[in-house]
Design a binder for this molecule. Structure first.
Ligand SMILES: [Mn+2]
Length: 236
């Protein structure tokens, strides 16, 4: 059987006129049984239906901060704005993916995009949000911290991973605030930060705030890529 083809969105490089993609995304998809395919975003949006024709699933990858105008705010002083071309492409791609019920996994920015696409909002700078404990969700000195995530009963993430308490990594300063239409929270960290969302009415529309691609050697985290690949195989 040919492997399901998983499109992976790419990020902006610090160098001008280049894309970049951390290798761990493609490696994780391949390890889970999929065939990874990177998707350039400086693309005429009219090509998106044909791009989606090629794909069995889509991984919306990490990146910089969405324009908060999408949820009626202005950029926080600490924001690192996303390339507007990337935001435009990914919103249009997500609309096509949703319309055709193509299985989708969002990671970090990808998860935030799912929420904002559905009319939700984000907390723009977690260090300023009152929380129960002093968990650091940002990367510190180049190292991702780790914290617990409790997965809620009945979520596809819990079903895929097979246990409700996992040890996630963390490299984000934003998180879901108002949950978007049709989405539900899949889990939270001990300080109450929302660590993922899903739309249970679609074959797979799951976003996680952590970085499972950096932990593909751990079964709990590879399980999310297996879920994406399995749903993509079932859709063919
Ligand atoms: Mn976190």
């Amino acid at each position: 059987m040919p492997r399901p083809i998983i499109g992976i969105t790419v990020d902006t490089s610090d160098k001008p006129n280049q894309y970049e993609s951390p290798t761990a995304y493609a490696t994780s998809v391949e390890k889970a049984g999929g065939l990874p395919l990177l998707l350039p975003y400086r693309t005429d949006l009219s090509l998106i239906p044909q791009i989606v024709d090629l794909l069995d699933g889509v991984l919306f990858s990490g990146g910089n901060d969405l324009d908060p105008a999408l949820y009626g705010e202005t950029y926080h002083p600490k924001a690192e704005p996303i390339d507007p071309d990337r935001q435009r492409f990914e919103l249009a791609l997500m609309a096509e993916v949703e319309r055709r019920r193509v299985p989708a996994l969002g990671i970090c920015l990808g998860s935030q995009l799912m929420n904002v696409y559905r009319g939700g909002s984000l907390a723009q700078f977690l260090p300023e949000i009152p929380r129960d404990t002093g968990i650091e969700h940002r990367k510190v000195d180049g190292v991702m911290s780790r914290h617990a995530v409790h997965l809620d009963t009945g979520t596809v993430a819990l079903q895929a991973i097979g246990k409700s308490d996992i040890d996630a990594n963390s490299s984000h300063k934003q998180a879901v605030k108002r949950v978007g239409n049709g989405l539900r929270i899949i889990g939270t960290s001990p300080d109450g930060v929302i660590e993922g969302i899903e739309d249970p009415s679609l074959p797979l529309f799951l976003g996680v705030q952590w970085h499972p691609e950096r932990l593909h050697d751990e079964a709990d985290h590879l399980a999310l890529f297996r879920l994406l690949v399995d749903k993509a195989a079932a859709k063919r």
